[in-house]
Design a protein around this ligand. Structure first.
Ligand code: G1P
Length: 275
């Protein structure tokens, strides 16, 4: 519901808040496309029609842009949602992340798939692409991992590693727990919002009972997978922004504005003078 962004999210879904001029959700789509994903299923709710509107064609705006010679902007608008197939699945009651993933079951079908939590924006597609490769190589699910300070673990899913980290950051996972107390956390390795999962996870989700926060937790379904077969994590220091809160969102906006071809130089000068 985007409560950390009220009042903005009273009318605009948080996934559409702009990072410079691009909705956060578009950056997620770009990450998928960059990792070779060809079909994206948005799990959304009927209370957020703006998300579907964003991916719909906009012939009137495009015609107006073309009539006034702004073909580049028109081309850009027309490309949205065209480079990849996009479908929608609905979760109209907030029963948890595991439940949300379960809502996509029919649309996903019987093949490995990625889950991207749109609150987190990655610098590029490299982590997701590597995770997909690890899934193919191991035949099991894969999660993105980050090392954090011990006192931070309780906000996340935390994994219990088995064995050594490989030179490319891959580690086998024995089990995991959602939002443990600091004293009970099995490591300081947290699950970031990127997953590549084998489809047997859907049966696990069906078996999960409400866990942390009374929700159907994805981590609880993944624990069943990890305890039954191969399950790996990829530890990464990829650039990552948590845009689920105003501070994290602002850091993403500033960083991407500094890199922006059109306004980067001007913005850098302004920022330097300002601070
Ligand atoms: C979710 C997952 C958690 C994961 C986190 C990453 O938690 O349940 O395991 O570590 O995303 O951001 P949430 O942020 O929805 O509380």
């Amino acid at each position: 519901m985007g409560t950390r962004f009220l009042p903005a999210t009273k009318a605009v879904p948080k996934e559409l808040l702009p990072i410079v001029d691009t909705p956060a959700l578009q950056l997620i789509v770009d990450e998928c496309v960059g990792a070779g994903i060809e079909h994206i299923v948005m799990v959304t709710s009927h209370a957020k029609p703006a998300i579907e509107a964003y991916f719909a064609e906009a012939p009137e705006v495009v015609a107006k842009l073309r009539a006034t010679g702004r073909d580049q902007v028109a081309d850009h608008l027309e490309a949205i949602g065209r480079d990849v197939r996009i479908s929608f699945a609905y979760q109209d009651v907030a029963l948890g992340l595991g439940h949300a993933v379960g809502c996509a079951r029919e649309a996903v079908g019987d093949e490995p798939f990625a889950v991207l939590l749109p609150d987190e924006i990655m610098g590029d597609s490299s982590l997701l692409a590597q995770m997909a490769d690890v899934c193919v190589a191991t035949g099991g699910s894969v999660v993105g991992l980050k090392q954090v300070a011990r006192h931070e673990v309780s906000a996340y899913g935390v994994i219990d590693p088995v064995g050594e980290l490989s030179s490319d950051g891959v580690i086998r996972i024995g089990t995991m727990v959602e939002k443990p107390a600091v004293a009970e956390a099995p490591s300081e390795l947290i699950i970031i919002g990127r997953y590549v999962l084998t489809p047997d996870v859907f049966d696990c989700i069906d078996r999960v009972r409400p866990g942390a926060g009374g929700e159907i937790q994805l981590t609880d379904a993944l624990r069943m997978q990890a305890e039954a077969g191969p399950f790996h994590g990829v530890l990464s220091d990829i650039r990552r922004y948590d845009t689920g809160n105003p501070f994290g969102w602002l850091t993403a906006v500033v960083e991407l504005a500094l890199e922006d071809e059109r306004i980067g130089t001007q913005f850098r000068e302004w920022l330097r003078a300002r601070v």
